[in-house]
Design a protein. Structure first.
Length: 406
């Protein structure tokens, strides 16, 4: 299994993350092409080599160019605020892949929910200032593109050094870590630092909690690539870089060889007194917040009442957020939580050429052999609408082509 391990000894931010991905081999040309699918204007990106305390690293910068006549181009310049709805619409309307869209929306929603909780307002009324600026949108969407392009099976990270002191934001002067950052890092191991700067930004925290399945020491692995992404500061106690390591873990020779194995949390609650119409709303909220799966089972409850067992699968560090959603948006007074191990086919999304155009197909491998091929429904749906045919016809054609060519 291929692992991306993030060594956050000097914290993490969006630009450090992208710098590390570029240092690992992500093509700047590919990154620019993918970001162009956002239809976002008024910026340019650049990469360069820098040295931080004798470590050579890649520095990623996003320069805001709009209104350049009044504001000379500068990296990390923030000039606009956008609502979560604005950003979500921009991403949804883009030509980015479904995987990148979903991940980017999850990251923005994580930050939005943290801000909403801190400021005591609904998510829909949150206006992103720092995080809604052009450079932050580029960081987040670019990071989601990078992880997909890297093709790793799992992302893990070290405990985080948070920094100290105070940080100036559009909301005022806040202690480090900023309230949104701290809210995002629920369940994540952290450690203090004597550095009087912000080492972990809200963007960095949101990216970690979206992608990482485990925090701790680096697993035993065969190291393949190492990348360093530079931050903007010069620290006293450590080089201001994020170290990213890609490696292959040893595989078992048992019958499970070729499978992916991970651990997820299962949250359950029994409900017998809720309007059935609300279940759909709850499911949408949970999936939008990053749940891996949500399903309902008919059960017989006490006093012979018919009820519904609502089950949520999620990453372990998402348990608190998912439980809060369940307790807020259902009539449940409590939930049960336990962890389970999953064994999954090693999977990836590929495109096959059909008479209806390019269709995304999910393939599953066991021991290196393809044993499953499944057309992505949304990809088939778009192609069907364009060709004015039934979705099932596109699905059937994509399946046939996949079986013949993959």
């Amino acid at each position: 299994m291929k692992i991306l391990y993030l060594d956050c000894f000097a914290g993490i931010s969006g630009d450090m993350f992208l710098g590390a991905m570029l240092d690992l081999g992500l093509s700047p040309r590919v990154l620019r092409a993918e970001l162009a699918k956002l239809k976002l204007t008024g910026y340019r990106i650049s990469t360069r080599r820098v040295v931080k305390q004798n470590i050579s690293a890649t520095k990623f910068d996003c320069f805001v160019t709009e209104h350049a006549a009044h504001h000379p181009p500068s990296p990390r310049l923030r000039w606009a605020s956008r609502s979560y709805t604005d950003i979500a619409a921009m991403i949804q309307k883009s030509a980015l892949s479904d995987n990148v869209k979903r991940r980017a929306l999850n990251v923005f929603r994580r930050i939005g929910e943290a801000e909403a909780k801190i400021h005591g307002v609904p998510l829909e009324k949150i206006h992103f200032h720092e995080i809604g600026a052009v450079d932050s949108i580029v960081d987040i969407v670019g990071a989601c593109v990078a992880v997909k392009m890297l093709g790793v099976d799992e992302v893990q990270a070290s405990p985080l050094r948070l920094g100290s002191g105070f940080v100036e934001t559009t909301h005022g002067r806040f202690p480090v870590p900023a309230p949104a950052t701290l809210e995002l890092l629920r369940g994540v191991p952290t450690q203090s630092s004597s550095e009087l700067v912000e080492l972990v930004t809200p963007t960095g925290a949101a990216l970690l909690t979206e992608f990482c399945t485990k925090f701790g020491s680096m697993l035993a692995m065969t190291i393949e690539r190492i990348g360093y992404g530079a931050g903007t500061r010069d620290l006293e106690t450590a080089p201001n870089v994020l170290r990213a390591v890609v490696g292959e873990t040893s595989r078992s020779t048992s019958k499970s060889e070729g499978e992916e194995i991970d651990t997820v949390a299962v949250i359950e609650t029994n409900i017998d007194d809720m309007n059935p119409q609300l279940f759909g709303d709850v499911m949408e909220r949970l999936l939008a917040a990053g749940a891996l799966d949500v399903f309902m089972t008919a059960v017989q409850m006490k006093k012979n009442r018919p009820g519904t067992l609502l089950t949520v699968l999620c990453k372990r560090n998402d348990v608190d957020r998912m439980a809060d959603l369940l307790l807020t948006h259902t009539t449940s007074f409590g939930v049960r939580v336990h962890e389970v191990q999953r064994r999954k086919l090693a999977r990836e999304i590929v495109k096959v050429k059909t008479k209806f155009g390019q269709i995304e197909v999910k393939i599953g491998r066991l021991g290196g052999k393809i044993v499953s091929r499944a057309p992505e429904f949304e990809s088939c749906k778009r192609a069907a609408a364009k060709a004015d045919v039934a979705v099932k016809e596109v699905c059937s054609e994509a399946t046939r082509v996949a079986e013949e060519t993959l």
